[in-house]
Every structure is written in structure tokens, then in C-alpha cells.
Design a protein around this ligand. Structure first.
Ligand code: 5GP
Ligand code: MN
Length: 329
């Protein structure tokens, strides 16, 4: 007997495939890499040839995730039956590797947990209630494909669960989130190692940039924000790709419901990173700016000067503060 579920189409595509490529989003975080490798290990376990790729490769602090060493930095050869995109809410986020995978694969599975997902695949495993893409992958692997959890799968997926929930502290964490984490720990995932290497670790270089950013900090009408000019990286001899996570820190400010960091990546190109307290929606602000994300964590790329970017975005954030209500029950 076959029953139709959200997994049916993706299972069929995977079962019929020999060669699969999994790609996650540019500037990958722990959920991106954890889900990329969790899915990769699971599908290799059933005898598939699986390539895993992300533009620029795995960030240093995530190299402990098993299988990182074989992740392809720039996909430039190969053909696949199926391309699985993980944790990318739109196709542009899959980067050059995603574009190559799309052009050289017969079908696309879109596995994600963003409410702003644009459903760019042929089969969609998109669950906006999931705390992480790793949770969607966990459900697919264990309930959809009915595969056993190995230590490598567990360590990978637990990385995604821990990082996207900031250590099980976000407002979307449910009893089942902790049940999944318990299952992954029982299968060999190390909560201690994951926490130490992700949430409790940051390069000194990032603090050199924080120091510059704090000089620019402003607080108005429940919005706190900072701006980081490109020359801050040059002055401090810091790689502009360093992970800052500054808005994540700023949103702790008691007087702020919304936090923003504007980072100039090069002339005319600004990365916006947004965070909000529970009850306030910055996801739709980012989406309206051509980016995306979640209610409480989102981002976009803007063009222009830092001043122009702040002048455009801060009023939208003040409106998001007005339209929300703190919900920390
Ligand atoms: P971060 O502030 O850590 O760079 O991004 C927070 C979240 O916002 C990411 O996990 C991702 O879900 C989303 N996000 C950030 N930038 C973009 C973007 O340019 N496009 C889309 N679609 N989502 C983004
Ligand atoms: Mn995620």
C-alpha cells in the first residue's frame, strides 16, 4: 500500500536516482552545513553517489561536522539525476554552485524551513514551522525515507538544530524540538562539542569589527542599528567574510525590539542583517527588500551608500516595531 505524503515525490525522485548533488546557501551557517551533510550522509548510506557543494566551502569553525573535508567549494563539473537544495529560501541563495547544479540535474528537491520560500523546485519539502532545515531533514530521513540515524547524520543534523535555535532558545522551540535533539544525542550527536564550536566561539577579528561598529550605534523608537564601512575591514586587516553576528547580539538591548547591522561588502553593495524580539516581524521587511528569512532573523543585500541604506530601511523597521507586540510568554 502506498499513501501520499509530503515525502512521496521526493522519495520517488531519490529512489530513482543514482547521482545526487546537495547544495546549500551562500555564506552558510550551522544549519546550512549541518543539513547539507546530514542529507549527504543519509543518501550515501543507501548507496547513492552524492556530491555536496556550497560556494566558498565550509567555514573554518564548522569543519568539525563530519564530511566537511569533501564539500566542493565551486561546482564546475558533473551531471546528476537530482539536485537537492537545502536551507535556501530562493534560488539566488544557492549561488553559482546551485545554478550549476540546476543546469546539470534533471529534477530539483527544495528542502527548507523559511516562510519566505519561493518554491523553486519540482518537489517541495518546505515546513515553515520547523526550527531548522535540519529538522525537516530529520523528519524526511527518519519518517519519509525510513533510514537509521548514524553518528555522522546525528552530529550534522544536531548542528543545524542547535545553531538555528541559538541553543534551543528561540520562540519556535517546542517539546518536539527537544525530543528530536534527544534522539540525535542518543544516536551520537555531541551537544557539548556543537555548542562549544558554534555558539560559544568567535574569532578575535570579528570583535575588531564590533569595536568599530559600536562607534556608529544608534537607538531610536525601538530600533538599534550599526553601520560598518568597508574600510573598517582594511583598517583592521580583517577578512570581510568574517562572521559578525552583530544584530544577534544587539537585539538583546532591552530598549530595542528590532536590531539591524548594515555591512558594506564593497562599494555600492551592503549586507543587511536583521533580528527581532518575539512578536516582531523582520522577515517581511527583508522580503520587501528582495531578501528573506524568518520573522525574527532575516537579511537582504542592498545597493547604495550606508547612509542611503539606513535612510531606506530604518523607517521600515520602526514600522515593524509599531506593528508588533512583545510576546515572550
Ligand atoms: P544573517 O543575519 O545571519 O545573515 O541572516 C539571517 C537569516 O536571514 C538567514 O538565516 C537567512 O534565513 C535569511 N537571509 C539573510 N540574507 C538573506 C538574503 O539575502 N536572501 C534570503 N532569501 N534570505 C536571507
Ligand atoms: Mn536555517
Amino acid at each position: 500500500m502506498t499513501t501520499t505524503s509530503i515525502w512521496t515525490e521526493a522519495n520517488r525522485l531519490v529512489h530513482d536516482a543514482q547521482r545526487i548533488v546537495v547544495v546549500t546557501h551562500v555564506a552558510p551557517d550551522g544549519d546550512a552545513i549541518g543539513t547539507l551533510l546530514g542529507v549527504t550522509h543519509a543518501l550515501r548510506g543507501i548507496g547513492k553517489h552524492v556530491d555536496a557543494a556550497v560556494d566558498g566551502g565550509v567555514p573554518d569553525y564548522l569543519r568539525y561536522v563530519p564530511g566537511s573535508e569533501a564539500v566542493i567549494k565551486q561546482l564546475a563539473e558533473g551531471q546528476w539525476d537530482v539536485f537537492i537544495s537545502v536551507d535556501s529560501s530562493d534560488e539566488a541563495r544557492t549561488g553559482d554552485s546551485g545554478a550549476y547544479a540546476r543546469a546539470n540535474s534533471r529534477a530539483v528537491i527544495n528542502l527548507d524551513h523559511h516562510i519566505t520560500n519561493t518554491r523553486f523546485g519540482d518537489a517541495h519539502l518546505v515546513i515553515a514551522e520547523a526550527v531548522s532545515a535540519a529538522e525537516v531533514a530529520f523528519d524526511w530521513v527518519t519518517q519519509g525515507l525510513n533510514l537509521p540515524l548514524t553518528r555522522d547524520i546525528a552530529q550534522s543534523l544536531l548542528t543545524g538544530m542547535v545553531t538555528d535555535t541559538l541553543g534551543f532558545r528561540t520562540s519556535n522551540v517546542k517539546p518536539r524540538t527537544l525530543e528530536i535533539a534527544q534522539t540525535l544525542m542518543a544516536a551520537g550527536g555531541s551537544l557539548t562539542e556543537i555548542t562549544a564550536r558554534t555558539l560559544d566561539s568567535r574569532p578575535y577579528d570579528s570583535l575588531l569589527i564590533w569595536r568599530e561598529a559600536f562607534e556608529t550605534m544608534q537607538l531610536e523608537d525601538g530600533v538599534v542599528w550599526v553601520s560598518i564601512p568597508y574600510n573598517a575591514f582594511e583598517r583592521n586587516h580583517v577578512d570581510p567574510a568574517v562572521e559578525l553576528n552583530l544584530s544577534e547580539f544587539l537585539v538583546k538591548v532591552d530598549e530595542a525590539m528590532v536590531a539591524a547591522s548594515f555591512k558594506q561588502e564593497r562599494e555600492g553593495d551592503i549586507r543587511l542583517s536583521l533580528r527581532s524580539k518575539p512578536g516582531f516581524d523582520v522577515g517581511s521587511v527583508a522580503f520587501s527588500l528582495g531578501g528573506g528569512g524568518h520573522k525574527q532573523a532575516s537579511g537582504a543585500t542592498l545597493y547604495g551608500t550606508l547612509e542611503e541604506a539606513a535612510a531606506q530601511v530604518v523607517p521600515l523597521l520602526k514600522a515593524a516595531v509599531k506593528n508588533g507586540m512583545l510576546d515572550i510568554r
